[in-house]
Design a protein around this ligand. Structure first.
Ligand SMILES: Cc1cc2nc3c(=O)[nH]c(=O)nc-3n(C[C@H](O)[C@H](O)[C@H](O)COP(=O)(O)OP(=O)(O)OC[C@H]3O[C@@H](n4cnc5c(N)ncnc54)[C@H](O)[C@@H]3O)c2cc1C
Ligand code: SF4
Ligand code: SF4
Length: 413
């Protein structure tokens, strides 16, 4: 179905209004809109509404009988997946990029809001509105930093685009779902990726400088499920650094911002489909959450190969160990306390006996929740009852973390 729109550039990247920063803010773009006051009802930090928005999006909240929903949010099915012909330059095999392309190729949407890179810095996110499939190429790969994608909803409306897809991380998707009833869209597809440990682009450059004397030649980086950081260079070389040997000792304690330490929706529970890797045991990992998510997978046809998810190992020990390390570090980076001489051995043990596949993903979700609770207790104790949802406390109980009366979630959170 062809759109009746005027011919537009494949990628539109308008100059955005300045943000109106708040104490906890990841610049999702709402504060740059004509009505920044909407932050008050849309923001996952100011007005978190996970249960209510899950019900509105998926028709139901998490089902305790389907235990993985407590970790990953409501879903129909989860699979390991990869494109049979991986897209060069993508973060994994490019399923996310290809979904955007297919939506535009088939005319299912008039535009895709996604994140490209700033022309002078491949790691700096730049929100864009893509109106032709070939424009999705500009969005491949992970950028580190905040991307005010939702500021482009107004641009799309001004252009008369009524059928949209948004590719976003969880804090962006929470605000998008909260705003959705007021957007007047004919159709909205939400393609989410998991997200954790984001930081400013400037901080990320500091990190790259510690990894390599020529940081400008690093073309790809990923925190891999085998407990290493994978690097690929412009000349095609690759390198793997075990987590525990990362040169983090002299990074400032606030290297990872408070926002990302207190964020609880690792798996992007409000997306129609989550495209990640951490439950994929080396492949990509799709969480298909609802009918729209199924429609998206169908768009890929035979281009995508899928396999059942796998799970091995036990997460309890590593999660408990992280809790101890976080408590000892009192707000700093927990890896600083691992004894230098033991790090290679611990790293080997983690890779050999540590959790894998879904168990790795469950461990990462629980670690993030432990960090959120411990951080909020230190920084904003009065926010726990709004920011930590009921489902999270259930996952934390085995680690001895239970809510004090004043920390118990409000109804509907
Ligand atoms: C900061 C960050 C942390 C992440 N952490 C995890 C994790 O811990 N576990 C996990 O399973 N997955 C994580 N992901 C997602 C993962 O990196 C892959 O993007 C995802 O698995 C899709 O791979 P792909 O090959 O399909 O992506 P591609 O086809 O290469 O497409 C990448 C997409 O990511 C979007 N994007 C890139 N950078 C940003 C950004 N800064 N903000 C918003 N959107 C962006 C682009 O719009 C693009 O469409 C993270 C992503 C980000 C941005
Ligand atoms: S809604 Fe977005 S822009 Fe507004 S405060 Fe929250 S993260 Fe920041
Ligand atoms: S970790 Fe959470 S708050 Fe930080 S950028 Fe990712 S989704 Fe947003």
């Amino acid at each position: 179905m062809a759109t009746s729109l005027p011919v537009l550039d494949a990628v539109i990247a308008p100059t955005l209004r300045a943000p109106k920063p708040r104490a906890l803010c990841t610049d999702c773009g709402v504060s740059r809109s004509e009505t920044p006051a909407q932050c008050g009802s849309a923001c996952q930090f100011i007005a978190p509404r996970y249960e209510e928005l899950e019900r509105a999006t998926h028709g139901r909240t998490r089902d305790p009988a389907r235990t993985d929903e407590m970790h990953f949010g409501p879903f129909r099915r989860m699979v390991r997946a990869q494109l049979r012909a991986p897209l060069e330059g993508s973060q994994w095999t490019g399923i996310t990029t290809r979904l955007g392309e297919r939506l535009l190729e088939t005319g299912a949407v008039d535009g895709v809001i996604a994140t490209a890179a700033e022309p002078e810095d491949r790691w700096a996110p730049r929100p864009v509105l893509v109106t032709r499939a070939e424009g999705m190429t500009a969005c491949r790969g992970m950028k580190m930093g905040y991307s005010p994608v939702l500021a482009l909803l107004e641009e799309a409306a001004a252009l008369g685009l009524r059928r949209l897809a948004v590719i976003g991380i969880p804090c962006q998707v929470h605000a998008l779902r909260a705003l959705q009833p007021s957007l007047g869209l004919e159709r909205l597809y939400v393609i989410g990726t998991p997200c954790s440990d984001n930081t400013t682009t400037a901080n990320f450059h500091t990190f790259l400088e510690r990894l390599d004397p020529e940081p400008g030649t690093i073309a790809w980086l990923e925190f891999l499920p085998n407990f290493t950081v994978g690097l690929r260079y412009d000349d095609g070389r690759t390198r793997h650094i075990p987590f525990l040997q990362l040169p983090l000792s002299d990074l400032p304690p606030d290297f990872f911002p408070e926002t990302c330490r207190v964020c609880v929706d690792y798996a992007n529970a409000l997306a129609d489909i989550t495209v990640g890797y951490m439950g994929g045991a080396g492949s990509q990992w799709l969480i298909v959450r609802n009918e729209t998510g199924e429609e998206l997978v169908t768009l890929l046809g035979d281009e995508v190969a899928t396999q059942p998810v796998t799970s091995a190992g036990r997460r309890r020990g590593p999660v408990q160990a992280l809790r101890g390390a976080l408590e000892r570090s009192a707000g700093g980076l927990p890896l600083r306390r691992a004894p230098q001489a033991l790090r290679p051995l611990i790293g080997w043990a983690m890779r050999t006996f540590g959790p894998k596949g879904l168990e790795f993903a469950r461990a990462r979700v629980e670690m993030k929740l432990v960090e959120a609770v411990l951080t909020l207790r230190r920084t904003r104790p009065r926010r726990l009852h709004t920011m930590i949802p009921r489902s999270a406390w259930g996952l934390l109980a085995p680690y001895g973390l239970t809510p004090a009366p004043e920390e118990r979630p409000l109804e509907g959170r």
